[in-house]
Ligand binder design. Structure first.
Ligand code: PMT
Length: 221
């Protein structure tokens, strides 16, 4: 029989990149393909959860049975998450949300001119930070995509964002981060526990982090 430790539980997952519009032909984005987030959604379905997946633009097929909400910008993702977080038991913020967006976006294509052009950027809303402020009993899992000082930044995020768990990956390491089918992560828990994991498939990472999140959920009830 299938294990169904998450049966009756709601899991909200964000995945993929966001796209920040400059004009109708240009945007700012990052390398996220959605593989990590979609793997978590698939595992959560297999473990019996009721899954809502909020995804930026990716070319992956969503797991059957999940409620999928497609968004484009960080602002769209913020709004979709705020509409769905309240009833969730576990929230996993895998999405690579843009930290900046163009201060102005244009409805007509910007024509090129001789010389340099400066693009002014402004900060987007921090979804994880806002969830950390608003959450009640939800187990809040954030990711940290770093290129150095992974442990320091992961611990900072755990504290500053009031998360229950941070899953950190060094996106410069071979077999980890963007686009790969594998990842190398370290899990940092609120109680100070640190779990370094070897290279695993993104599905295995997903399973492990959901097991840990579920343990925390059970411990608090
Ligand atoms: O999609 P793949 O190709 O499989 O790649 C997987 C991944 C590298 C994208 C994934 O493993 C990962 O690390 N995701 C987090 C990417 C990220 O944006 O990390 P960050 O360290 O910049 O942000 C930290 C946390 O804050 C994340 O949980 C992020 O969702 C959240 N955040 C960031 C900015 C913002 N405005 N709002 C947020 O909620």
């Amino acid at each position: 029989p299938k294990p169904s430790i998450l049966s009756g539980k709601k899991v909200l997952i964000t995945a993929g990149p966001t796209r920040e519009k400059i004009d109708p032909v240009r945007y700012i984005t990052n390398h996220s393909t959605g593989k990590m987030g979609f793997s978590i959604a698939e595992q959560a379905m297999e473990l019996g959860a009721d899954v809502t997946l909020i995804s930026g633009p990716v070319s992956l097929e969503a797991p059957k049975g999940a409620q999928v909400i497609h968004v484009e910008s960080a602002e769209d993702m913020f709004n979709a998450v705020m509409n769905h977080y309240e009833t969730a038991d576990i929230i996993v913020k895998t999405a690579a949300v843009a930290d900046y967006r163009p201060k102005m976006s244009y409805d007509e294509k910007i024509k090129k001119k001789p010389g340099e052009e400066v693009l002014e950027l402004e900060r987007t809303k921090d979804i994880l930070l806002e969830l950390g402020k608003r959450k009640s009993t939800q187990i809040l899992v954030g990711f940290a995509a770093e290129t150095s000082l992974v442990e320091k930044y992961a611990k900072d995020k755990l504290m500053k964002k009031n998360a229950d768990m941070i899953v950190a990956n060094n996106v410069k390491a071979d077999g980890a981060g963007f686009g790969t089918d594998t990842n190398i992560v370290t899990i940092f828990k609120k109680d100070g526990t640190i779990i370094p994991l070897p290279i695993m498939t993104k599905h295995e990472v997903a399973n492990r982090l959901l097991q840990e999140a579920n343990k925390m959920l059970e411990e608090q009830s």
